[in-house]
Design a protein around this ligand. Structure first.
Ligand code: UD1
Ligand code: CA
Length: 450
């Protein structure tokens, strides 16, 4: 039997003080929602439902952008977590099996923990993920007797004795679909918040003679984000974990604390990452590459043995083949760079194909945008692009072609030819000496007169 996941993401997140729905704030370059969804996806669920409300359109776009198979449903008014889960009922029609409810604002939940909850379901009808809180604050409290979970009491509704409990509700709950919705039907909003609490299903389950159990996890895992300060702390926690993982995987980080990873960054063994490198989303760096200081990479692929930077920028669609050299102040966007090609200084290549072994001189620019359309530049193998060449796209240069320094290439260059397109130089003998003598004399006459 399969598992279905419901991700709650309808809340506003008042304390973020933001126009952006809370779940769309980012850690590691990805919305909180994607982190939660990724943990859930590791269970290979047969269905995933995201409940959207505040900023629904943007949340839905983010959800389906992460995985097109995700179903989104709307909770028009945010009447509580129980009410939110009810909105998923229709989307789970015809599904039989376990449902796990997750929060979109809880990014660090580990797939292993969700797996443990799934296993615990063989012992209990309702399984709740709990944790020992250092500061239980406003979390819901788990009331247990021995191994059994009796009920969950929300902070607002708790008396002093219950508030003294340190075992808290993470929010993650698992139950069989039928059981979940039967229990939810009985949930009322007769409580301090006037909300339909998902947490009430535990007490209701016990009253019906069903079993409930707690699976425990580390508090760090259930960390929810409610404020910008918590977002920043979560980012720091994410980064230190990502750095540690990279090093464990055999990546050298010269100054780990200065490197910023994204949720999906992949770096191969024996690659060296120098200080102050930033990885945006969608980057893969193969083994034995070197990313030098102050480089910024996103949506790109760097193959084995390539070097990038210092001060390089790889933008989405940059594909570097093996042994490519990208040097300082070079920007590459939507371009394939062939094996061993060298682009070492002050260059912009956008919407281009550069053949293997080609050398691109300093200051080369693909003029890829005419103000309305983008155009492609194609350069063959073993070509030599002279410094300060403007490649006015669309344009094609053949294998082994060459451009003279300072050339503005406006039409194709056949293989083996050289393009030269610049004003011919003309020397004026003695001009510079006479010119400056005249100017200096004029200056001397002027200061005498003053
Ligand atoms: C909830 C739990 C509490 C637990 C805590 C852990 C309930 C009643 N309380 O409290 O026991 O300790 O989480 O963080 O479940 N949401 C909706 N629609 C709603 C309300 C909430 O989608 O109508 C979503 C929010 O976007 C958020 C999640 O549910 O992702 C949790 O909501 P929140 O209001 O933060 O719950 P807490 O009061 O923190
Ligand atoms: Ca919360």
């Amino acid at each position: 039997m399969g598992t279905a996941l419901i991700v709650l993401a309808a809340g506003l997140g008042t304390r973020m003080n933001s126009d952006l729905p809370k779940v769309l704030h980012e850690i590691g370059g990805a919305p909180l929602l994607h982190h939660a969804m990724a943990a859930g996806m590791a269970l290979e669920p047969s269905r995933m439902i995201v409940v959207a409300g505040h900023g629904a359109e943007a949340v839905e776009r983010a959800a389906t952008g992460f995985d097109a198979g995700v179903v989104t449903v709307r909770q028009e008014s945010q009447d509580g977590t129980g009410h939110a889960v009810r909105q998923a009922r229709a989307a789970l029609e015809g599904f039989s099996g376990d449902v796990i409810v997750l929060y979109g604002d809880t990014p660090f939940i580990r797939p292993e923990t969700l797996e443990a909850m799934r296993r615990a379901r063989t012992r209990a009808d309702v399984v709740v993920l709990g944790f020992e809180a250092a500061d239980p604050g406003r979390y819901g409290r788990l009331v247990t007797s021995g191994d059994r979970l009796e009920r969950i009491v929300e902070f607002k509704d708790a008396d002093a004795a219950t508030r003294a409990i340190t075992l808290c509700n993470s929010g993650v709950i698992a139950a069989d679909r039928e059981t979940l919705f039967e229990l939810l039907d009985q949930v009322t909003n007769d409580n301090a918040a006037g909300e339909y609490y998902l947490t009430d299903i535990v007490g209701l389950a016990r009253e019906a003679g069903l079993g409930a159990e707690v699976v425990r996890c580390d508090e760090a895992e259930t960390l929810g984000i409610n404020t910008r300060a918590e977002l920043a702390a979560a980012e720091a926690a994410f980064q230190s974990r990502a750095r540690a993982e990279a090093m464990e995987d055999g990546v050298t980080l010269v100054a780990p604390e200065t490197v910023s990873f994204a949720r999906d960054t992949v770096v191969g063994r024996d690659t060296v990452i120098e200080p102050n490198v930033v990885f945006g989303p969608g980057v893969t760096v193969e083994s034995g590459a070197r990313v030098r200081a102050f480089s910024h990479l996103e949506g790109c692929h760097v193959s084995r043995g390539a070097t990038v930077g210092p001060f390089a920028r790889l933008r989405p669609g940059a594909e570097l083949a093996e042994e490519v050299h990208i040097g300082n102040f070079v920007e590459i966007k939507n371009a394939q760079i062939g094996t061993g090609a060298k682009i070492n200084h002050l260059t912009y290549l956008g919407d281009a194909d550069i053949g293997a072994g080609t050398n691109v001189g300093a200051g080369t620019i693909t003029c890829n945008y005419d103000g309305v359309f983008k155009h492609r530049t194609t350069v063959g193998r073993d070509a030599f692009i002279g410094s300060n060449t403007m490649l006015v796209a669309p344009v094609t240069l053949g294998d082994g072609a060459m451009t003279a320094t300072g050339t503005v290439v406006t039409h194709n260059v056949p293989a083996g030819d050289m393009a030269v397109g610049r004003a011919r130089q003309d020397n004026k003998p003695g001009f510079a000496t006479r010119f400056f003598e005249k100017l200096r004399a004029a200056k001397a006459a002027k200061s005498k007169g003053e």
